[in-house]
Design a protein around this ligand. Sequence first.
Ligand code: SF4
Ligand code: SF4
Length: 64
Amino acid sequence: MKKKFKVLINNKWCKCCSLCIKFCPVKNLTMTEQGVKDSGKCIGCKLCERYCPDFAIEVQEIKK
Ligand code: SF4
Ligand code: SF4
C-alpha cells in the first residue's frame, strides 16, 4: 500500500519565506493568507522539513 503523509506547519515559527514551496518536487505546498497550505499530495521526501530555515515543518506519515 502506498504511504500517505501530512505536512504540519508551525505558524508561530514560519516566516513565510516560501523556500519549502520552491523545494517541493510535487508542488504540494502553497502560500495562502493563513500561511503555508498542505494540498494532500505529499510523497514524504522531507525536503521541505530539511530546508525550512525556521524549523517550522514536520512531515508525518499518516497511519491507518
Ligand atoms: S520554509 Fe519554513 S519558514 Fe519558509 S515558508 Fe516554508 S514553513 Fe515557512
Ligand atoms: S515532504 Fe517532500 S513532497 Fe512532502 S511537502 Fe515536503 S517537499 Fe513536498
